[in-house]
Design a protein around this ligand. Structure first.
Ligand code: URA
Length: 237
């Protein structure tokens, strides 16, 4: 594949912009400037450096972000900054999307990808991917509230009660809640239905994929093989 097309596929602009970038001498491969936009390379595993950052060609982008509070999962945010402002421009250009949304005030693990099949697999209600949240409540948690979350609570506009896959109290005002649907404001609405109120919400895990402690709020990284393994559907017992 010619270099111009390779850069274009990775989000470095239009074909014309990529050609200009290459011809300006900004692209290095194996330590040497490549300024011929028509130079051909096998994209698989190709590493190229632009402005001091080294990129590896990827057919699709799969990444995780430690979402901080105060960011909207939208390209067209209404009241806050967009999570896309936390990503390098080429990733935004190649049209990565959030794999399910978190509220602006929710923190934690957010996946993004430009692979429609991956997004669908991880958001489809049929797949029932468990999502684990650490919930801080406004008022002390009562046993009956935990019980109600486990048994199921009926939310407005829902036909059937929604039950948590797991609900464990951690301290007077924190609980760890696992749900398998992804309804609008689901955790907040479920907790409100028990008579309490969510003060802070943090997503710790999706499937068996945990938010790494090394990833600071606002930081992102590519998903690796172990991450994909952790996201693989497994039998629920
Ligand atoms: N449930 C909510 O209420 N908000 C989120 O951001 C995620 C789950």
């Amino acid at each position: 594949m010619i270099l111009e097309r390779i850069l274009h596929s990775q989000g470095f602009g239009t074909r014309r912009q990529c050609r200009a970038l290459i011809e300006s001498g900004a692209v290095t491969i194996d330590g040497a400037i490549v300024d011929d936009a028509d130079a051909a390379f096998s994209p698989e595993g190709l590493a190229f450096t632009i402005d001091g950052t080294t990129w590896t060609w990827r057919e699709h982008a799969y990444l995780m972000l430690h979402k901080p509070a105060g960011f909207e999962c939208s390209r067209d945010p209404q009241h806050h900054a967009s999570v896309f402002s936390l990503l390098p421009r080429p990733l935004v250009e190649r049209d990565v999307q959030c794999v399910g949304r978190l509220d602006q005030d929710t923190t934690g693990l957010l996946l993004l990808s430009d692979d429609g099949a991956f997004i669908h697999q991880n958001t489809s209600p049929k797949r029932k991917v468990p999502k684990r949240y650490r919930v801080t409540t406004a008022r002390p948690i009562e046993d009956a509230q935990i019980e109600a979350l486990r048994e199921g609570v009926l939310l407005r506009d829902e036909k059937a009660p929604l039950a948590a896959l797991a609900a464990e109290q951690e301290s007077a005002q924190t609980l760890v809640l696992t749900i398998q649907e992804g309804k609008y404001h689901q955790v907040k609405r479920m907790v409100a239905a028990t008579g309490n109120h969510v003060e802070a919400l943090h997503r710790e895990a999706i499937g068996a994929l945990e938010l790494p402690t090394s990833l600071e709020p606002g930081q992102w990284r590519w998903l690796d093989t172990a991450d994909f393994e952790a996201l693989r559907p497994r039998a629920q017992g």
